[in-house]
Ligand binder design. Sequence first.
Ligand code: PLP
Ligand code: COI
Length: 341
Amino acid sequence: MASNELDWAKLPFGYIPTDVNVRATFRDGAWGPIEETSSEYINLHMAATALHYGQEIFEGLKAFRGADGKVRIFRLEDNARRIIDSAKGLLMEPVPVELFTEMVKRVVKANERFIPPYGSGASLYIRPLEIGITPQVGVKAATEYMFVVFVSPVGPYFKEGFKPTNICIMREYDRVAPKGTGRWKVGGNYAASIAAGDKAHSMGYSAVLYLDPKEKKYLDECGPANFFAIKNGTYITPASESILPSITNRSLMQIARDMGMKVEERHITVEELDEVSEAAACGTAAVASPVGEVHDLDTGKRYVILNGNEPGPIVTELYNRLRAIQLGEAPDTHSWNTIIE
Ligand code: PLP
Ligand code: COI
């Protein structure tokens, strides 16, 4: 598709073909050269470990066209480090930070015409993924891996944009196990969430608010995003071994501290939702999506967080400050952006 045919302001969160993607393969104990290709397909052996035993990990980050026309990638090295943690979790070959950052920069540059213009509200979503490619039937780690990075211009993850949506609690599903893979960005976690997500969507909810899988007592995370809330002016967010350490959440916590707010990473019970004034789902895709109501489908209890259809003031301020840093409108005081020359 020609980029001049795209209606930037109306982009969904989805896949749009771009000019190229980049790949590197780990074989015989070393990463090979970076290949740039226009093919959207991967040629995989049918016995590859990724296909049978789920040796698949990924990342998600974004590039933005700034107010000054420059392109900024948000927290590139943090994503590089997180995919290393995911690789270690599944005994996969870690992609060196330098290779990750070089490939991401290269694919962004090569697809520059797909980076949405400043002011459109859209961004370039970057999706790095790593798969085990060794043909094998025994359940063990592959010895060969492929690392691929592709991009797609995207709009808001929740079609409502920056508007409150309702989410639900359903105890019949777990996304991950207590000591399982929840803290890593592993494809299998998402496979395990599809049925619950589909059920929630069919009932009009934007996401499932998962509880800790051990006791089902504490809030965990919100579909493909972390969860945070504002209680008496304090930013509270779950401490849990079974959630993904969200880079957006960490950034928002820092912004909250910069605003003089207290930040608490701790257990949050379901009932505590009665005491919060604002809440949001946060992540690269979700940014900070305000939550209107949380419906506990098992007890029938409805936690009304916002009255009306407007986001609350603190979530709005956090969202605006994060966006301003990403778009180069505010000083990048924590050195979160990588500027693409
Ligand atoms: N939790 C899950 C399960 C996710 O898929 C994501 C998305 O990446 C997040 C949280 C948010 O993480 P980040 O802010 O690093 O994108
Ligand atoms: C992201 O926010 O980058 C994610 O990975 C969410 C995605 C699974 C839609």
